[in-house]
Design a binder for this molecule. Structure first.
Ligand SMILES: [Zn+2]
Length: 364
């Protein structure tokens, strides 16, 4: 029988830290808590920093353990009371309960257990996932850290629901240029906001309508997230900009979308890529992934395959053709006011991961 107490108490201690990526002291506190918990394991613990984003890597004298357990300790902002973890029945509430402080606590417990069995397992914890992952997982992999399979409890919303693929990201800025004039003589100018509105309508028309999404969400989407333009009511605006958040699938590449988008633009409007992120794919026929699915079955649940509409650090492994196993303790409401994780789900996920590590160890 698993002793859940250390996992639950580390989860609660981590939730009590308001570790948004701009609160360095709180991020450091989270990593300190993990480091204290890992003392006496014999693991080589490195504290890294990537442009002000701290990270922790724990391995046994190697940059390439067979299995890398990966997580992030940064969170999105929440209400004050979300930083006081609260248990109600089977649910543990708090900011980061699901995304992903319970997952981190499970990984810490799992690597501690693995070291007692001499298993070849490493741990990576980063602090910039919510702001892109470039100064965390990507930077660590660029330093030469690697593995044969990664375990990342950052998606799926249940211990048996495995994410097979996640959408890619393409943020585009639309810039409209016009000609300024006084608001009383609009015929003497060219209104950049009008041009921009026309461009936005034409871009939006390239994507399925929200009505179509009632049936299938696995298609490209475009959300108009920001718009700016004009400085006075009595001026014809010279310029206006908007930013769209496009999420794409394997049916159309980022470049194909960009090309189509540029063709749709009216004269005087330009489009520029701002942020891009590749899709994530986990090959379900990979022997390690199969082994994980067997561990889910041995834990008494039938694996379910799911997709993720959002992006995560998993893409950095996927880009390097490293299979990444994405599922997590059962829970819901990540980034929301009622974020929670199931205590039974934490236990299930922990025991599944332990079964997987044992099976991987036995396999060699
Ligand atoms: Zn996350």
């Amino acid at each position: 029988m698993t002793d859940l107490k250390p996992i639950l108490s580390l989860t609660q201690d981590l939730i009590s830290c308001r570790s948004t990526d701009n609160r360095l002291d709180q991020i450091v506190k989270c990593l300190d808590l993990v480091q204290v918990s890992l003392k006496d394991t014999g693991l080589d613990i490195k504290r890294l920093d990537f442009e002000g984003h701290p990270a922790l890597v724990a391995t046994k004298n190697t940059k390439s353990p067979k299995i890398m357990l990966c997580g992030h300790i940064d969170i999105v902002e929440g209400d004050d009371e979300q930083f006081k973890p609260r248990i109600d029945g089977d649910k543990l509430y708090g900011r980061g309960a699901l995304d992903m402080k319970s997952g981190v606590a499970v990984l810490v417990a799992a690597i501690k257990e693995a070291t007692t069995k001499n298993q070849d397992v490493g741990l990576i914890l980063t602090s910039d996932e919510e702001s892109g992952g470039f100064h965390g997982t990507q930077a660590i992999l660029e330093q030469g850290y690697s593995c044969q399979v990664a375990v990342l409890p950052d998606g799926g919303k249940a211990a048996h629901r495995i994410v097979q693929k996640a959408k890619g990201v393409l943020w585009v800025e639309l810039k409209a240029k016009g000609k300024g004039a006084h608001g009383s003589v609009p015929w003497q100018g060219e209104n950049a906001i009008h041009k921009l509105i026309k461009a936005i309508d034409q871009v939006q028309a390239l994507f399925a309508s929200l009505e179509d999404h009632k049936h299938d969400h696995w298609t490209a989407t475009c959300n108009l997230g920001q718009i700016q333009g004009g400085s006075h009511t009595n001026q014809v605006p010279e310029s206006a900009t908007a930013r769209c958040d496009i999420r794409f699938t394997e049916h159309e590449s980022e470049n194909e979308i960009m090309e189509r988008l540029k063709k749709s633009l009216p004269d005087g409007v330009m489009a520029e890529k701002v942020v891009t992120a590749n899709m994530t794919f986990t090959p379900l026929d990979n022997p390690y992934v199969q082994l994980f699915m067997q561990s889910v079955r041995d834990q008494g649940r039938e694996p379910e395959i799911t997709v993720d509409y959002g992006s995560s650090d998993a893409r950095f492994f996927s880009e390097r053709k490293i299979p990444v196993i994405i599922c997590q303790p059962d829970g819901d409401g990540h980034h929301g006011k009622n974020e929670w994780v199931s205590i039974k789900g934490i236990q299930d996920y922990y025991e599944t991961v332990i079964r997987f590590l044992d099976a991987m160890h036995a396999r060699k």
